[in-house]
Write a protein that binds this ligand. Structure first.
Ligand code: FES
Length: 295
């Protein structure tokens, strides 16, 4: 079992958990992910690692309520409670980590984080910062209330540009508007871009950076089941080749990913998610009745 040592609400329906998982914390790298399960009836949920503390043996994950299972986790689990499963680290570390450090130091790196994508962007920017590399970050959210981990990102990035769709905080507009502004109007040059966030956002950032000639890596948050390359649920098309996000990724060349197919596959399960939401509510009521009956 994996105890929760800290739980913090970051925004409406977005929660951060520090989980004691010593073996994962000892080995994990930025870019990798874990699969968590609340209890024996819980769904397996893939989550990219947001941070880790090797000494304390903790791994930080950020969960957004998007359906029944995530709702149950964020409502039921508090400090002192435990995840039944916390499997990882899975996938591959960020490409940047594999690069020669001296070559990396010569590069101007831009991260683009959308919504919950801020959580997996943070450990990569932090890793670079610890090695004296200051990457710029464009962070997008729909409004001020949904800007998460801003202080943490600010402390490790070169420049942090926060954008909100409604203009309630920072730059008013989409992350693509800000990237265009930086490169075209301000003349900033970037040799490498990493984008993590909603699929639609990654698609448009990749289209823009292709036009601007900036090589771009996208971290794919596909549907996953086993996380070990066996089930095929996370397959995607990259440069006309079939890849599996869990074992070949989660990072891929953003200019080669077929985002449209992925988006249509993701929406395919919306009805099932609604049913699961209903099942979870029923499950919760049954559990409450069971507890009441035994008291
Ligand atoms: Fe099953 Fe990737 S999650 S193959």
């Amino acid at each position: 079992m994996f105890p929760i040592v800290k739980k913090r609400q970051l925004a409406e329906n977005i929660f951060l958990f520090d989980v004691l998982a010593k073996r994962v914390a000892a080995k994990c790298q930025p870019g990798e992910f874990v699969i968590v399960k609340q209890d024996k009836r819980g769904e397996r949920i893939p989550l990219t690692i947001c941070d880790y503390d090797r000494e304390a043996g903790t791994v930080t994950i950020v969960i957004q309520v998007i359906g029944g299972s995530t709702k149950l986790i964020t409502e039921d689990l508090n400090e002192g409670d435990e995840f039944m499963d916390f499997v990882g680290p899975l996938g591959n570390a960020s490409d940047l980590i594999e690069e020669d450090l001296e070559e990396l130091k010569k590069k101007k790196i831009l991260f683009v984080a959308g919504g919950l994508g801020t959580a997996p962007v943070y450990p990569q920017v932090k890793w670079l910062h610890e090695r004296g590399i200051y990457a710029d970050v464009v962070q997008g959210a729909k409004s001020k209330d949904f800007v998460i981990l801003e202080d943490e990102l600010k402390s490790v990035s070169g420049n942090l540009y926060v954008c909100t769709d409604d203009g309630s905080y920072g730059f008013k507009g989409l992350v693509t508007d800000k990237v265009k502004d930086l490169v075209v109007n301000e003349g900033k040059k970037y040799d490498h871009c990493v984008v993590i966030g909603p699929m639609i956002m990654m698609k448009f950032v990749a289209l823009l950076t292709k036009e601007l000639g900036i090589p771009t890596i996208a971290s794919m948050n596909t549907i996953m089941v086993d996380g070990t390359g066996m089930c095929g649920a996370c397959r995607l098309s990259v440069g006309n080749e079939i890849k599996f996000a869990c074992v070949d990724g989660p990072e891929f060349d953003g200019h080669e990913v077929n985002f449209d197919v992925l988006m249509s596959r993701n929406s395919f399960y919306k009805a099932t998610e609604r049913e699961r939401d209903h099942d979870c509510r029923m499950q919760k009521e049954a559990k409450a009745l069971e507890t009441a009956a035994t008291v």
